[in-house]
Design a protein around this ligand. Structure first.
Ligand SMILES: NC(=O)c1ccc[n+]([C@@H]2O[C@H](COP(=O)([O-])OP(=O)(O)OC[C@H]3O[C@@H](n4cnc5c(N)ncnc54)[C@H](O)[C@@H]3O)[C@@H](O)[C@H]2O)c1
Length: 316
């Protein structure tokens, strides 16, 4: 029997644009159906317009392409979400509940849901935050993802839907730009160091957040999706952890490459969001269950970012 195809929603985003290429390498370009609401920057493989709110079009694509696996990345992120809570809820949660029902009806074999450290809130212990703690998120983004996690577990328990999920920390990569989250500064700072030698940070100098290099985030996604089903014991969303740092600490790392780099601090509303999130994460469940292991520490990540960014900027 021919292998089924893979649908990615939000495929033009920071993660989707990188994940789609990795999946194409593994499964073949003709088996990856990239979808989004805007035209992709790079033209390759199969792309279809899909607004995830439009369930009829989603069903049509599933039937047309004989979809067997879905990576549901489309979302409005934490900082942008606060500007329009109602739209954020509809895109992130209402459409996801439809997606879960459609996945059961159309016998989707595996569904990936990207959760986030934003499911935690100001009452969560900030250090070494455990897998199972009370969730009381303070952003509509966090609320939508925490509710999505509960639906994940429900659909697994009630309908046997093979849904798998990771709580990503802030993602840092050279391949793509971030899309309106609270951790965006940790990507923007690299571009600023190369292009301008100065960066105005919207967080305080000592606000520590959990982060992960893109390579590790993609590996984690592939690993959990390829793990034997019985190893994926938690269906709502696994904590994963790689690096954590403050703006001051990443500035020191950047000055190893750009000694004259200047950092200013003008905290805005994102500082308050960041303060409601953990500063470090306990990911022992992911390590035990499906052998999650990050490869990049802070120094390796910074070195690799500059190697790749300077290369790509010199080609522009
Ligand atoms: N990047 C991170 O640091 C991070 C951290 C934790 C979780 N996540 C989660 O991972 C997923 C991907 O994140 P990302 O960083 O690539 O986000 P992004 O903002 O870069 O990309 C999201 C994509 O979704 C698309 N989109 C928005 N509304 C849509 C709609 N109605 N229909 C279809 N597409 C729509 C956007 O056009 C965009 O291309 C999201 O669900 C996000 O919550 C990301």
């Amino acid at each position: 029997m021919a292998e089924k195809t893979i649908l990615i929603t939000g495929a033009n985003g920071q993660i989707g644009s990188v994940l789609a290429k990795r999946l194409a390498k593994i499964h073949g370009e003709d088996r990856i159906i990239k979808t989004d609401i805007s035209q992709p920057e790079e033209e390759w493989g199969i792309f279809e317009f899909l607004n995830v709110i439009d369930t009829d079009s989603l069903v049509e694509l599933i039937e047309t392409y004989d979809i067997g696996e879905i990576y549901h990345l489309a979302a409005i992120l934490s900082a942008n979400g606060e500007r329009n809570p109602r739209i954020t809820w509809n895109v992130n949660l209402a459409s996801y509940l439809n997606m879960l029902h459609i996945a059961v009806e159309h016998k989707i074999e595996k569904l990936f849901f990207p959760s986030t450290i934003a499911v935690f809130g100001p009452t969560t212990p900030r250090e070494n935050t455990a897998q199972d703690v009370p969730l009381l998120p303070s952003t509509v983004y966090g609320m939508s993802k925490a509710t999505g996690e509960m639906w994940n577990q429900y659909f697994y328990d009630q309908y046997g839907l093979d849904v798998r999920s990771i709580r990503y920390p802030g993602i840092i990569g050279y391949q793509s730009l971030p899309g309106g989250g609270t951790t965006d500064y940790a990507v923007e700072i690299f571009h600023a160091a190369i292009d301008h030698g100065v960066f105005d940070c919207y967080l305080n100098h000592d606000t520590r957040l959990p982060m992960i290099y893109m390579e590790d985030a993609i590996n984690a996604t592939i690993d959990i999706m390829q793990a034997p089903s019985e190893q994926v014991k938690l269906r709502y969303g696994y904590n994963i952890s790689a690096v954590n740092f403050t703006p001051e600490e990443i500035t020191a790392e950047i000055r190893r490459h750009y000694p004259g780099f200047k950092m200013n601090y003008t905290p805005d509303y994102r500082e308050q969001i960041a303060r409601s999130w953990p500063s470090s994460i306990d990911d022992s469940a992911a390590k035990n269950d499906w052998q999650w292991q990050p490869k990049y520490d802070l120094t390796q990540m910074v070195d690799d970012m500059f190697t790749n960014l300077t290369k790509s900027k010199s080609h522009v």
